[in-house]
Every structure is written in C-alpha cells, then in structure tokens.
Design a protein around this ligand. Structure first.
Ligand SMILES: Nc1ncnc2c1ncn2[C@@H]1O[C@H](COP(=O)(O)OP(=O)(O)OP(=O)(O)O)[C@@H](O)[C@H]1O
Ligand SMILES: [Mg+2]
Length: 263
C-alpha cells in the first residue's frame, strides 16, 4: 500500500514536471553537406529545455548558430542528430504533414524582415494562419481585428506592407504570430531592422504577451541590453551553449497609448 502511494506520488511528480517543459532538445546536432565528403557541423550537441511561460533570450555572435537552432526549435528545419520534442511530442519521426499542423497550432514566428505577404493588407496577413487552421471567415476577421487592436494597428489594418513603417510591419507580424493563439513565440532578431525607440516598443509587446497572456517567448537578439530584460539568457558560441543566466526582472513599461506615440 505504502509502495503504491509512493509510486503514485512519483508519477504525479514526473507528469507535472514533463508537462511544464514545452520545448526539449537533447544533443541536437546540425550539419550541412557542402559536397561530399565535406560535412560542416554547425550545432555540436545542444541540450535545452524551455518551460511553459518562460521568456528566454538567445545571444551570440553572427554565425554562431542561433537561427539554425531557432529553425529546428520551430520545426522549420530538422536536426541531423539528437532528439527534439515539442509539448511532449517527439517530432523526430513525425510525418511532414503532422509537423506542419504542430507548427501552425503551437508556434508563432517573428522575423527580422517581417516576412509579411506583399500587396496584401495587414488584416489579411493576420488572417492567413487562421485560414490554414480552418477558422470561418467571420471568426478570422474578428480575431484578426482583435489582434491588430492589441498591437495598436487598428487604424492601419487596411494598409499593405509597403504602406507601413518597419515598426508597424513588425507589429502586424506579431499579431500574425499570435493568430492561432500559439503556446510559443519564436522571434529571430525582431528588432534588428528597427531603431532603438521602435525596437523598444516591439519588446514591450513581447513583455505584455509574456506577462499578461503567459506566452512562452524565445528571443534571438544581438542586443545585450534587450537580452538583459529577459529572465533567462542563453549564450551560444560556435554551435555550443557556453553559458546560461537566470535573473529576476522588474521593469516599469509604457502603456499601449504611450507606445502608439513612439511610432
Ligand atoms: N544552408 C547552409 N549551408 C551551409 N552552411 C550554412 C547554411 N545555413 C547556415 N549555414 C552556416 O551555419 C552557421 C550558423 O548560421 P546561423 O544563421 O545559424 O547563424 P546566426 O547565429 O543566426 O548568425 P546571425 O547573427 O548573423 O543571424 C554559419 O556559419 C552559416 O554560414
Ligand atoms: Mg541569424
């Protein structure tokens, strides 16, 4: 009887532990084949767990492998070796169709160069991931409007990307990343093409998503200043994680109204 209770407790303990981990990478290696027999290994065995609700930044020099890792975490690319699971699902052997579904439902991407669809207005850009997820036109429209309002872009929702500033495009891209209410947002240098004031505003939106909506956010950045705002900082050098720091963060940030005035 006692043994059974202990076993049950252990089971609960391990389950809740596993449930917390959203992304789990074990000994991830990535190689490119630049013509046989030349194999170029870029990631040399990355071990990384990211828990639900974390805001993590990844820093490192250009060419250190940040985007390569991000693409694997976002299931945009496959590792050459090692294990990777998302939300407890081992994606190493999942068929491509399943991977696309997982990506669409669980991950929102934000890129340095926005990657919005040209000649398509902000509203339709935000609606796009919901189209693949099978929402009705009415639901898509309502949710896209709500998201654009959240990022302060209601007035410009009928503008196409070439009619928007960099900061405005990035706000639309963040709204699009949130379309299917993903568990995790992967942002690769989202402020890299923006001036510091506009970058600040984008960072504040990420902080809001993290603090108010409990989103898990992984941010790649060259800026030590921005990384210093996140509770966990991972440094990559030459395809290895070389250091990790956790810290308590307390910052007072501008309101949505003040943000609109910035850009
Ligand atoms: N398709 C590819 N074939 C060969 N090598 C590649 C390929 N993609 C990336 N690499 C190499 O992998 C290394 C890591 O690239 P990655 O884009 O991950 O760096 P990064 O840390 O994101 O750099 P940055 O800060 O400049 O964006 C680089 O040396 C790059 O040249
Ligand atoms: Mg990169």
């Amino acid at each position: 009887m006692q043994f059974l209770m202990l076993w049950e407790q252990m089971e609960v303990f391990t389950m809740s532990n596993n449930n917390d981990v959203l992304l789990s990478a074990r000994n991830i290696r990535k190689s490119y084949y630049i013509g046989t027999p030349n194999e170029l290994e870029i990631l040399h065995g990355i071990d990384l767990d990211i828990r639900k609700g974390e805001f993590v930044s990844i820093v490192g020099q250009s060419g250190s492998g940040k985007s390569t890792l991000m693409n694997i975490l976002g299931i945009l690319d496959r590792q050459t070796a090692g294990e990777y699971s998302l939300n407890g699902i081992d994606i190493s052997n999942a068929p491509a169709k399943e991977l696309a579904k997982l990506r669409n439902r669980h991950i929102g991407f934000v890129f340095q160069t926005y990657n919005l669809i040209a000649r398509t207005d902000a509203l339709s850009n935000v609606e796009m991931p919901m189209l693949y997820a099978g929402l009705s036109p009415k639901e898509r429209r309502a949710r896209a409007e709500e998201l654009l309002e959240m990022v302060g872009m209601t007035e410009r929702m009928h503008h196409t990307p070439d009619e928007l500033s960099g900061g405005q495009k990035q706000r639309v891209a963040i709204a699009r990343a949130m379309a299917n209410n993903p568990d995790i947002i992967l942002a690769d240098e989202p402020t890299g093409a923006l001036d510091s004031g506009t970058g600040r505003m984008v960072m504040d939106i990420f902080h809001d998503l993290h603090e108010k909506q409990g989103k898990t956010i992984v941010l790649i950045t060259h800026s030590n200043e921005l990384a210093a705002e996140t509770p966990r900082i991972i440094t990559i050098s030459d395809g290895n994680i070389i250091s990790e720091k956790t810290q308590e963060i307390k910052i007072i940030r501008p309101t949505a109204e003040e943000r609109k005035e910035i850009c």
